[in-house]
Each structure stands twice: as C-alpha cells, then as structure tokens.
Design a protein around this ligand. Structure first.
Ligand SMILES: Cc1cc2nc3c(=O)[nH]c(=O)nc-3n(C[C@H](O)[C@H](O)[C@H](O)COP(=O)(O)OP(=O)(O)OC[C@H]3O[C@@H](n4cnc5c(N)ncnc54)[C@H](O)[C@@H]3O)c2cc1C
Length: 371
C-alpha cells in the first residue's frame, strides 16, 4: 500500500481540474480513472461546452462564473492549448420564458454588460434566425464555448507536470475511512490517503451508495449539421412548448445542436449509445421552426449523459457522514464551464476544510435529506 495526501477518483472534467489544483498547491496527488484520458464514455466529450455569465438558472452562480472565466483564461495560457472560443451568446424566448427572464435577472443583479433584442432586431442581426413576433433575447458578448476534451487534457497535462501520479484504465472498487484517513481498493491495488475526492460523473449514483439514490442519469444526444453559421453566437432558445434547445457554431460551416434535458433515464452501463432517426428529428424540428437556415445535412452525432440532482444544483462538499471524502458530482448538465472553479473549491475544502467561494447551493447534506 502506498500513501498519498489525496486520491482523486474520476479524471474527467472535474477530477482532472481537482488533481491540477491540488498538485499546484503542493499536495501529493494520486488520480485514478477507469478509462483513457479525455475518453468519450462519460459526460465531457463532444467538442464544445457553452460558457456564459448571465445565468438563467440562478444569479447565485454569477460570482462563481466570473472566477471560472479567469481560470479558463489562465489555463489556456499555461497549457498553450486553444480552449475558448468567444462567440457571444443569445438567450432567446418569449418575454415570459424562464430562459430570458432568468438571464435578465442575473445580468441586472450583477450589473453584467448585455443587450435586450426584440424579434425584429434578432432577425436583423442574425438573419438565419426566425423568431415569432413576441420573442425577446438577451445578448452578451462575454460568452462562447470551451473545447471539453482539450480542457481535460490541459488539466491532466499540468497536474502531471506538477508531480500528480495519474493512473488510467484502473477502476475504483471500494472505499472506506480507516485510522484517520481513507483506504481505497482499485482493480490494480490498494492505496491510502488523508482525503478522497470522488468525481465520478454519471457513475456517481452507484458509487455513492445510499447518498447517490436521489441522483439520476439522463441520456443526451448531440448532433452536428453543416450550415453556414459564420458570425453567429452560441444560442439557447426556450421554445413555445417550454423545452430548451441550443446551437453552438463550432466553425463557419458546422453547427452543433441539442436539446437541454428531457432525455431518457439511464445508467452508464445500459445507455443506448446509438443515435436514431427520431433523436435527430426531435432536435431538427426545433431548428426548422426557429432557425431553418441552420437545419442542414447531418454530419455527425454522439450520445452523452447528464447526472442530475433533484434541484439541478451541483453536489460539491464533504460527504455528510465521512468528512474526509469530498464529493464533486451531480452537475446536472451545466457543470463543464465550472470545472476549473470546482478544482479550486475542492482544493480549498481538502486543504482548509472551507472555501471562500459561495457554494451553499451545492451542499451534499441536502441529498441526505431528500434520500
Ligand atoms: C450533451 C452534453 C452537453 C453539455 N453541455 C454543457 C454546456 O454547454 N456547458 C456546460 O457548462 N456543461 C455542459 N454539460 C455538462 C458538463 O459537460 C458536465 O457537467 C461535466 O462534463 C461533468 O464532468 P464530470 O467530471 O462530473 O464527469 P466526467 O467527465 O464523465 O468524469 C467522470 C469520470 O469518472 C470516471 N469514473 C467513474 N467511476 C469510476 C471508478 N469507479 N473508477 C475510476 N474512474 C471512474 C469516469 O470514467 C469519468 O472519466 C453538457 C453535458 C452533456 C452530456
């Protein structure tokens, strides 16, 4: 048995960031990942993840997002990888939609630079969009997308260069608290440490036992169309039926589109990884209605998973019954943009037992209450 300061399990978006932040503060880190670096079987593949500031979900995320942006910019510079594309973002819906109203609320409460556009102005600025007359949109310039695979590789690369030991194709089988520390069993051996960070993405429900019972995994399909999208921002749109779809202009002739939530409940083992005709049509139908010029030929498709908490806020903090185990899971389909920030917060929790970042929303204790 070898002993480390911290063992990090799962080296996806969150675990890779946690390993980097812990290693950069001088801790001895062992990272364990069941698959290869930046693989496609979890939640952090598919070439683009939206980052924005005027957060419709809740204004409480805005201070975290401001720090998350800084961390992405630092990481891009330190790793010399292209991570960020600054396209701006458009949050579209009726004047009553949660997406538009929530975005405006966050922008107003936090004094974020933004513009409000009506249907005519949306059409004038972005001729490929066809909004109904009562549509409003919040436009913000400080938004765009991150390449998730590159973000994971950047965090792993820097964590490794700072001395973290990163083990791939090795699976955590069990963990327990023992003698004022933690002991873990993996498919290759056993290790001891003072703390354990669990960042298992969609494997959280099974790995957390009773506490994971209220988390659920959702199948999410991404499709790519060939369409002229030069100069388009990232777009999130709340349709008349209340569903949210989004488009990410990954290149001048290539747009990614998907629905946010509403997928079938699944598990990583039973997930249907094939994309079917009806999956594509479900997404394309919204484009035909609201942005017909973007509904081009299908060029690629992929399946991903969301791991949802009951209130769709993250689950980050010490395990309610095992304070040496820090949880970073339940990212509910909107976590990627925060991964560097979650790395920083988790490092604070391991080292000092507390963080200056406002993370009240993320308390793992609420899962216990709901379980
Ligand atoms: C289609 C789609 C679109 C999204 N769009 C956005 C977006 O635009 N903006 C945004 O901010 N977020 C977005 N998200 C959400 C975001 O991508 C996720 O919240 C984030 O990537 C989750 O990271 P993670 O580290 O928790 O999970 P993962 O990256 O999946 O990492 C978990 C890792 O743990 C490993 N693991 C699990 N169990 C074990 C074990 N027992 N032993 C060893 N290793 C183990 C897994 O193999 C995996 O590598 C999207 C997600 C999807 C699926």
């Amino acid at each position: 048995m070898t002993s480390q300061d911290v063992i990090v399990v799962g080296l996806g978006a969150m675990g890779s960031a946690v390993a980097f932040h812990l290693a950069s503060r001088g801790l001895r880190v062992l990272g364990v990942e069941q698959y290869s670096p930046a693989h496609e079987r979890g939640s952090s593949h598919g070439r683009s993840r939206i980052i924005r500031l005027a957060y419709y979900e809740s204004p409480e995320y805005v201070p975290l997002l401001l720090r998350a942006w800084e961390l992405w910019e630092e990481l891009e510079e330190r790793s010399a990888r292209k991570l960020l594309s600054r396209t701006g973002a458009l949050m579209v819906g009726s004047s009553e939609s949660e997406l538009f109203r929530g975005s405006l609320r966050s922008a107003t409460e936090h004094d974020l630079p933004h513009e409000v556009l009506d249907a005519q102005e949306i059409r004038r600025r972005f001729p490929s969009l066809d909004p109904p007359p009562d549509t409003l949109a919040l436009y913000e310039e400080r938004a765009g997308f991150i390449v998730p695979e590159e973000g994971v590789k950047a965090h792993l690369q820097l964590a490794g260069s700072l001395g973290a030991e990163l083990r791939f194709e090795e699976r955590l089988l069990s963990w327990e608290e023992r003698d004022g520390g933690v002991l873990v069993e993996t498919s290759r051996g056993s290790y001891g440490a003072s703390h354990l960070v669990l960042a298992p993405g969609p494997w959280a429900p099974q790995l957390l036992g009773e506490l994971g019972g209220s988390l659920y995994v959702e199948r999410q399909v991404m499709v790519w169309f060939s369409a002229s999208c030069d100069g388009l921002p990232v777009i999130m749109w709340e349709a008349d039926d209340g569903r949210i779809f989004y488009c990410i202009p990954e290149g001048p002739e290539r747009i990614k589109a998907a629905l946010h939530h509403g997928g079938k409940r699944t598990t990583p083992e039973t997930l249907d990884r094939r994309v079917h005709e009806e999956d594509v049509e479900a997404i394309k139908g919204y484009l035909r209605k609201y942005a017909p010029a973007l509904a081009g030929a299908l060029v690629e498709s992929s399946v991903c998973m969301y791991t949802n908490s009951p209130d769709l806020n993250f689950v980050v903090g010490p395990h309610p019954r095992h304070p040496r185990i820090i949880l970073a899971c339940g990212f509910s389909g909107h976590g990627y943009k925060f991964s560097g920030l979650i790395g920083e917060v988790t490092a604070d929790l391991v080292i000092a037992g507390r963080t200056g970042h406002p993370i009240k929303l993320f308390s793992p204790a609420r899962l216990q209450l709901q379980a």
